[in-house]
Design a protein around this ligand. Structure first.
Ligand code: C5P
Length: 221
């Protein structure tokens, strides 16, 4: 009998884009589909973990036996994640969190006034959810994602140190957003390891196995 790799472990995961309101009917978002994060949530649940999935606006079904919390904005995602993080063994940040949000959201729809003038939108920075979790006094094992258009390995190594997390997973190859397959590059203190191109569920299962191995090695007996 082979015990499941994440039996008895609690895993918290963010997925999807965020939506930053400009006014009640408009906002700024991005093309993240949430597919990779939802696949990891499913794979972790299959591996025996108790999974909490904090999801931005996506059109995906909740994986079986996964607890799902829906949010819209980066601030809502931050406020959902932070109080839960310490009670989890693993935190996986797959969400494509907006770096900036409009500094203020208009209470009413901004109207065209016919003068040809365009509104100016001032932005403010969103909190970095992953870095905030990694800074907790007793953080869960933190896994970050990196989507870069060039120099992925170098950026992933830098991101790992900057965010203070043990493992960064890079999306190799162009235009992973919305696709069903992906190629991953794992960067940790031991170096780099590629998980070859596969559908996102197969990759999610391979990644969950890699996380389980590292978690076992990092947890004091
Ligand atoms: O800094 P960058 O956005 O490139 O880092 C990506 C990683 O950090 C992803 O794991 C993403 O989920 C996480 N992140 C976050 N909160 C932010 C920005 C990014 O958790 N505000």
């Amino acid at each position: 009998f082979q015990p499941k790799a994440l039996a008895g472990k609690r895993l918290l995961i963010t997925a999807g884009p965020t939506f930053e309101a400009i006014d009640p009917v408009r906002g700024i978002t991005n093309l993240s589909s949430g597919k990779m994060g939802f696949a990891i949530a499913r794979a972790a649940q299959e591996a025996g973990a108790e999974v909490t999935l904090v999801a931005g606006p996506v059109a995906l079904d909740t994986p079986r036996h996964v607890r799902r919390i829906d949010v819209k904005s980066a601030l809502q995602m931050h406020d959902a994640v932070l109080p839960l993080a310490a009670a989890h063994d693993v935190f996986v940040a797959t969400a494509a969190v907006a770096d900036w949000r409009p500094a203020s959201s208009a209470g009413e729809k901004i109207k065209k006034d016919g003068s040809g003038q365009v509104p100016a939108i001032a932005f403010t920075e969103n909190p970095d959810i992953l870095a905030a979790v990694a800074r907790l006094p007793q953080p869960p094992y933190c896994v970050g994602f990196a989507a870069e258009s060039h120099d992925l390995a170098r950026h992933a190594r830098e991101k790992r140190l900057r965010k203070g997390v043990p493992l960064i997973v890079g999306n190799l190859g162009p235009a992973t957003f919305g696709r069903d397959d992906n190629t991953l590059l794992l960067v940790d203190d031991a170096g780099e390891r590629e998980l070859p191109t596969a559908d996102k569920l197969s990759l999610a299962r391979a990644l969950v196995a890699e996380i389980a191995t590292r978690l076992a090695a990092s947890t004091p007996k």
